[in-house]
Design a protein around this ligand. Sequence first.
Ligand code: ATP
Ligand code: MG
Ligand code: MG
Ligand code: MG
Length: 463
Amino acid sequence: PGLPAARVRSTFLDFFREKHGHLLVPSSPVRPRGDPSLLFVNAGMNQFKPIFLGRADPRSEMASYRRVVNSQKCVRAGGKHNDLEDVGRDVYHHTFFEMLGNWSFGDYFKEEACSMAWSLLTEHYGIPADRLYVSYFSGDAESGLTADEETRQIWLDIGVPPKRLLPFGLKENFWEMGDTGPCGPCTEIHYDHVGGRDASSLVNTDGPDVVEIWNLVFMQYNRDVDRSLLLLPQFSVDTGMGLERLVSVLQGKQSNYDTDLFTPLLHAIHQRSGVGPYSGRTGADLGKVDTAYRVVADHIRTLSVCIADGVHPGMSGAELVLRRILRRAVRFWFSVPGDTEPRDHGAQNAAACPQEFSEVSDATKKDSGLNEYFVRTSGSVAWSLHRDLGFPLDLVDLMLEERGVRVDHQELDRLMAENQKVASELQSGVRSQVTLDVVSLAELHGAGVPHTDDSLKYRYTLD
Ligand code: ATP
Ligand code: MG
Ligand code: MG
Ligand code: MG
């Protein structure tokens, strides 16, 4: 029930293109072009950065852009925006998602941006206004930034009741693309999935009931390397709305995974898995299988899109992140009770990008051999494998968590610092040895983790 995802997307694009004179610009590939500050494209505005900075080549088509609309492939797994840890645990953060956006480059500003957004959501998509909350920038004395009263007034004029208009600080309502670059105050629209109550206290609390759907950024500044804010040559609007979240709203689902963007994928995973169907549960115990389903579904999408865009699992940068994502998917699937064999998790995407399927599938198989090894070794060995093979620490954590072992993070930090020291000593030609014991003997015993004495104190020789 509800509008299919493809219609949700096309309605957005048509609204801005046909009704409001925006030019439709295709999504850029997920690998950023000529931007070493980014591992992946993480927002719709990335490809327009030169315009915001006033650096677009005057001979390029981009230089003529005034009003633009697009749907951008985004990956948030690494760098400033890293949502990897949330994926699977919640139902609205993905490593890959589509960001619907409209832009004004020195054309319209706050008033028109807000009224178009409101009209699209409430009139065209038919979302009840009493399910929506709007946040605006409250100012920040330390940075000398005043509250965005202008935007507040615009929303009041549009008809948003004062109690649904909520001020937030820098973290929530001042958007910055990275450590440097274009930025400005933003106003965000949140949706209450439950309704029939005052949910204003739940806005921006990162829960499943009230979820942020649309961010409207008013680009006024450029953040310099020395952290200072300079006014941009022209003011612009940059908006981004997560397609998956919008679709969940319009299909009356509280979880993105219950929409037509994910259900076919979850169904296909079920058919190949030999475990029960996806049932949408969350939580550490209840949702174990379902979390694995979500992680695998999410990571397959990311792997498929990235590989299709030429980013392959590899050894550094974005490639390494992708390799970790692949391992993470395999790892989560191994944690599902009753599933002992690695399966072709990439199979269901074969139709979407056939030429890439065998590669994803091969890489999955290759990695599962390594995974077997992990299952049988202790936490301290896993740590050394992190150091040695780049196995991500979040997975090491996860593996230990699965065995009921808490990782001593202070100890881990200490070991990492020590390791760094040793690494720099190595560079100056000093040979060193470090003992890495991440979990204590008592903890392992207590948790009933099978081990050998060797695996408890793993001597890792750095030479
Ligand atoms: P959140 O606070 O939920 O993490 P955000 O503030 O980091 O979101 P923005 O940078 O404002 O997100 O991006 C614009 C929109 O993109 C969000 O309002 C949301 O709809 C969507 N979005 C952001 N991150 C994700 C994600 N990891 N998965 C799916 N959609 C996302
Ligand atoms: Mg976020
Ligand atoms: Mg947010
Ligand atoms: Mg936001």
